[in-house]
Design a protein around this ligand. Structure first.
Ligand SMILES: [Zn+2]
Length: 248
């Protein structure tokens, strides 16, 4: 009887442990990850503008939601800005202040010993019918950056209905200077009326944050397998750059 009771208790304990582990897993699956969430532009740099909306404000709101969700998943998140600020002192309204703000972002990644960098932007294009998210990872990405880009691209394409390929581009300062897995996410086009309206809705911003968090989880899961396989072979850089609208 005692053995039976012990067995039952042990069984219940295991069930309980399993349930707890299942419940805890999503919260802790990014434990140990240090991630910079960079709200693009800010302060003197408005980014893309359409009447009534500046890119810097939209991406701040979305970035804060992304940071919140990544923290909920267990990551340590460093935000490049939490308000409408420059990253360099306000007195530095000088030549090349945009470049200096970008340099400050690279320094932030180094200083915080980050393992992942996500730069959040919104786009604008002359043709108002152009819409959909884009993910950029820079020219000649290494396999880890390729993986991060692919994971984020899959999630963001599904969410935004974009049919574009994962984009590389050579002249992105951040992508060229960051030495860690990094991606620039253009969440959509504020020049497209329907997409702009969606991007401004808290529910859609939450959906973006969920998509980005799933993308980062996909990367973290896949990286372990990649690290085992990349000692012997390196994948070819993926597709050629797709047709890209001008970045904002
Ligand atoms: Zn931008």
């Amino acid at each position: 009887m005692q053995n039976h009771l012990f067995g039952l208790l042990a069984c219940l304990a295991l069930v309980g442990h399993g349930a707890l582990a299942q419940a805890a897993q999503p919260r802790s699956s990014l434990a140990g990850q240090v991630i910079v969430v960079d709200a693009g532009h800010g302060g003197l740099d408005n980014g893309a503008r359409v009447p009534g909306l500046d890119e810097k404000d939209l991406v701040l709101s979305i970035s804060r939601e992304i940071a919140h969700m990544l923290r909920q998943a267990g990551a340590k998140v460093v935000e490049s800005r939490q308000a409408d600020d420059n990253l360099i002192p306000r007195g530095a309204k000088e030549r090349n202040f945009q470049r200096k703000n970008l340099e400050a972002r690279v320094e932030l990644a180094t200083r915080s010993d980050a393992g992942i960098f996500l730069s959040i932007h919104a786009n604008k294009y002359a043709d108002p019918s152009v819409h959909g998210a884009q993910v950029f990872i820079g020219e000649e990405p290494d396999p880890e950056r390729q993986l991060l880009g692919s994971c984020l691209h899959a999630e963001m394409s599904t969410l935004s209905g974009s049919r574009r390929q994962l984009d590389m581009i050579s002249d992105l300062y951040l992508m060229r200077h960051l030495k860690i897995p990094a991606a620039l996410i253009e969440v959509g086009f504020i020049s497209n009326t329907a997409e702009r309206s969606r991007l401004m809705q808290p529910a859609y911003q939450h959906a973006i944050a969920q998509a980005v968090t799933r993308g980062v989880m996909c990367f973290v899961r896949g990286r372990s397998a990649l690290q085992l396989s990349t000692h012997s072979s390196r994948p070819n850089p993926a597709q050629a750059p797709g047709a890209t609208a001008s970045l904002a």
